[in-house]
Design a protein around this ligand. Structure first.
Ligand SMILES: Cc1cc2nc3c(=O)[nH]c(=O)nc-3n(C[C@H](O)[C@H](O)[C@H](O)COP(=O)(O)O)c2cc1C
Length: 355
């Protein structure tokens, strides 16, 4: 027996999460035709004891793609593929959200017949794109027109509708890790002078319109938004991280968004102010923390009131029954980074549960 708070249920008006050990979204690059398949269904159903699974980043349109072999949610074939996954997870007693992904400038011309990826602004930056031919340096993107912004918001709504048709319990707007909504939010990548650039009220507009599109389909309580102020991945930067992100958090609170998925390392380097407590103060829905948590620090996050739930990433790759291992305080298997983004069953569906 255990009295771990991580394993206590979490009730909202909409959901009863059976525990607070949630599975973080993780790209596994195992769908060469961009369609989730039987193996995807097996992988997620093996992990259905999580209180909530958030799927790997799932592109909302052709233009959104920026990582090879990743699934989409914008064709009827893709909806059918994901239906196998949601059915398998539900049959195993789990809940699953689709993570809606647009890579923006982090994409590569190789995904677009040589055309430039799109972004708020044509700002040079340095990162790597995972193309079908392997990692390549990213390129300076093309600035989106106002019409393209509107059609991309429509793509978010269509993708949310597709996720609903595929049987997902909700969606997460991927506003983290330097992808398109974050590119609009932060003033490093966003140099626009129209309604989508300049002051934070304008820079937040894209993220909030994408969120509103998801809300129109699912209602606010089934929408999660993921943010990562302290993660500079994809060459991100902002002159006032705290001000920028607290504006976004307050705007999400005003919309009664159900879940805020806040990425910030459990241990920050000395001198760096943690923003998770600030966000937590401003948000009354389900507040999730992630990055580098384990059984002890995750428990502490719940016990101290910092968070309502914790997402675990790499630990869920190699420990499909992570909540049970936490309950038993059992030894944890370590994952193999070489198979994170390549391979078939190996490093994917072949990690055994406890016997
Ligand atoms: C293989 C792999 C793929 C990932 N793919 C995504 C993704 O698709 N979307 C996302 O928001 N984060 C992604 N992440 C980040 C994870 O969700 C998580 O934030 C990260 O693993 C840190 O959590 P952990 O310390 O519990 O592993 C990925 C991480 C890994 C290791």
């Amino acid at each position: 027996m255990t009295d771990l708070k991580l394993l206590t249920p979490l009730k909202t008006d909409t959901f009863e999460f059976k525990n607070r050990v949630f599975m973080a979204p993780m790209t596994r690059a195992r769908t060469p035709d961009h369609v989730a398949n039987d193996r995807t269904a097996l992988y997620y159903s093996q992990r259905a004891s999580a209180g909530l699974i958030i799927s790997e980043g799932t592109q909302i349109s052709e233009q959104a793609i920026g990582w090879t072999n990743t699934p989409g949610i914008h064709t009827s074939e893709q909806i059918e593929g994901w239906r196998k996954v949601t059915d398998a997870v539900h049959a195993a007693g789990g809940l699953i959200f689709a993570q809606l992904w647009h890579t923006g400038r982090a994409s590569h011309p190789d995904f677009h017949d040589g055309a430039l990826p799109v972004a708020p602004s044509a700002v040079p930056f340095e990162s790597q794109a995972f193309t079908p031919e392997g990692p390549k340096p990213t390129v300076t993107p093309r600035a989106m027109t106002l019409e393209e912004i509107q059609s991309t918001i429509a793509d978010y709504e269509a993708a949310a509708r597709a996720a609903q048709a595929a049987g997902f319990d909700g969606v997460e707007v991927h506003g983290a890790n330097g992808y398109l909504p974050a590119q609009f939010l932060e003033d490093g990548p966003n140099k626009r002078t129209d309604a989508y650039g300049g002051p934070i009220e304008n820079r937040a507009r894209f993220l909030l319109e994408a969120t509103d599109a998801a809300i129109r389909v699912f209602g606010p309580s089934r929408v999660s938004v993921r943010l990562s102020p302290r993660i500079p991945y994809n060459d991100m930067g902002d002159s006032d991280l705290e001000g920028t992100y607290m504006f976004a958090v307050e705007a999400l609170e005003a919309r009664k968004v159900g879940i805020l998925h806040f990425m910030e390392a459990a241990e920050l380097p000395d001198g760096l102010k943690p923003l998770a407590p600030e966000a937590r103060k401003r948000f009354s829905g389900v507040f999730i923390v992630n990055v580098g948590y384990d059984r002890e620090t995750g428990e502490q996050a719940i016990a101290s009131g910092l968070a309502d739930a914790v997402t675990f990433g790499t630990l869920f790759i190699s420990n499909p029954d992570l909540p049970e291992r936490f309950r038993q305080n059992a030894a944890l298997a370590s994952s193999d980074p070489d198979s994170y983004y390549v391979g078939d069953e190996q490093g994917y569906t072949d990690y055994p549960p406890l016997t």
